[in-house]
Design a protein around this ligand. Sequence first.
Ligand code: HSE
Length: 393
Amino acid sequence: MANIAIMGFGTVGAGVAEVARMNHDSIAANLGEEVNVKYILDVRDFPDSPYAAKMIKDFSIIENDPEVDVVVETIGGARVALDFTRRALQAGKHVVTSNKELVATYGRELLEIAKEKNVNYLFEASVGGGIPLLRPLFQCLAANQIEEIAGILNGTTNYILTRMVKGGVSFAEALKEAQAKGYAEADPTADVEGIDAGRKICILSDLAWGKEVKPAEVSMEGISALDLKDVDIAASAGYRVKLLGHAMRMEDGKVAAYVAPHLVSQDNPIATVDDVFNAVMIRGNAVGDVMFYGRGAGDLPTASAVMGDVLDVIEHRTKRRNIGWSEGACLADIKELSMRWYLRGEFSAEAARKECGEAEELAPGAVITAPMKEADAKAAAAALGACAVLRVL
Ligand code: HSE
């Protein structure tokens, strides 16, 4: 029997307990041994929970119990979670997490401790919720040189955009719905301002290129400044506005990574991804483009990924997964990337063509330019008096 301890009984932690309960027998049959939730750590009291007898408040009980094989960290944040993760790894326990803030910011250090102690630190659930994404990236695509990664990495904002466009609800109402469904972060600013997606594109880049991409050095723009008018114009012209994380390896070996709202042509499968679903395209030099799609947030989908890691760890108790990245990716200046831009204002298509060369007219006063650098797009926007400037994938 393998014993696990869950730290943090919020949406994901409770989901992990539920998946372990609901699929107890099939998991035991597949794994060849039972998985028992021995402890659940939380500062709060849950007297009416069916797990009340397992609830503890003192981390040292987990740290000092030799029967605990795997610690599941679903506390979130990078304070208590960092301290407990360090201590659990130092105590020789395998750790599995859904905590993208912790992995994006301290993953390199924590993976080094895991290596020293010959234990696993796995975090499939930290990107893409329930979508199998990180393991395919570091395992199935290991023979490729990864060229580009682009996708919808935040379920809350995709849910909000979908509800606003298709359900006609306000931004505030849609956010409340996302919170009620357990998609949003405790502080939804991280979702809405692109920070959550930013952490996820950092983790994907770390794994893809083996060098640490620090969240603090990545440009992150969310959807709070988005004007519904642009979302509508885009939709009627065959585009959808999506918050995308985007990273690519440049010819000089530098990595460009950023998060921003983009217009995506409806011909691209990413444009049709709605609600809490995430979709990520990874381009490898051998495989070409592969797409991953599924629920990017929520209790059971995220718990599915966490439990997948738990089972992997139990099967690889003595042979750790060799995952890690070294210090210091060389970051490209995203201002140097050439891409198409959407501009909207009180200008004619002719005036836009004078400023930008080619321009595809989406609606009166709304165009998509030919590929150009950000500074040139902003200069053209200023000359045209454009009030909206968005990237186009
Ligand atoms: N708040 C996150 C999202 C949860 O909406 O995608 C999953 O990481």
